[in-house]
Design a protein around this ligand. Sequence first.
Ligand code: 0X9
Ligand code: ZN
Length: 297
Amino acid sequence: KFSWTAYFDIDDIYGFLRNMSETYSEWSELIVGGQSYQGRSILGLRINTPGSKDSPKPVVFIESGIHAREWIAPATTTYFINELLTSNDPNITALRDQFDWRIFPSVNPDGYHYSYTVDRFWRKTVSGFGSSCFGADPNRNWNYNWGQFSSSNNPCDYQIYAGSQPFSEIETRTLSSYIENISNLLAYISFHSKAAMLLVPYSDSTKRIDNYDDLIQVGKTSLDYGYEVNKKERYGGPGTAAEILYKASGGSMDWVRYTLATPLVYTYELRGNSFHWPPSRIYEQGDEVTQMMLGLA
Ligand code: 0X9
Ligand code: ZN
């Protein structure tokens, strides 16, 4: 039985999505954002309450779990889906009705399963599984300034191998083409852990993008809302990864911003003092993210 008191493997997460799409079929549908190396679908949920056919709503895209070991991200994302579909809080029902949500709890499903069953700290995809070194960092593999910063060209690098070329990984290649075909994309949000900070594009440059001030202002409001849950430690930022974390190239958010000129693009680094943040923390993180999404909206 699916819950937020434990971490679940990919089949259970996908089972939850199927279940929700059946229970709330008027408001939601299963969507396939791409494919994985081992033949899994990148499954997500579209949440779009009726009445929007005539006047399309702005799309908010959530990409979560691109790094396999950051389990709090998929757990928080399913928590948020559950809030959107089941809450009676008028703020949250308004949030649900206001946007056309595309939410993908685990965009690296093979890596997540490998982390769940074999190697807890696995971060990459599992492409080329069977050879002595396999997998690439899917957040170094997107086709914008590929291979520049915090990127390795060594397939044996456990963390930041950027892949043999941009979009060498089927996950990033298929997901990027799904994203390109979305019209009306207002916001692209990526969930990672565990730096507890809010990042804005670009990650490999301190140069400020044209709506930087707006992004920071909206981001601050999002963090203020989140603070009401934890009330002790603030998230760092908002700021660029280049300024407040480290420079990194080939990430999804930079590609989305550069290629699609999406107005609102953020990476939320969720909390944790280890990639294995105890499951007892899922509720708090889920509530915090729900508030942060309200702040953003
Ligand atoms: O290094 C990363 O990919 C992210 N940090 S993590 O510890 N979760 O691995 C930071 C991502 C910053 N954003 C982009 N590079 N697009
Ligand atoms: Zn990450």
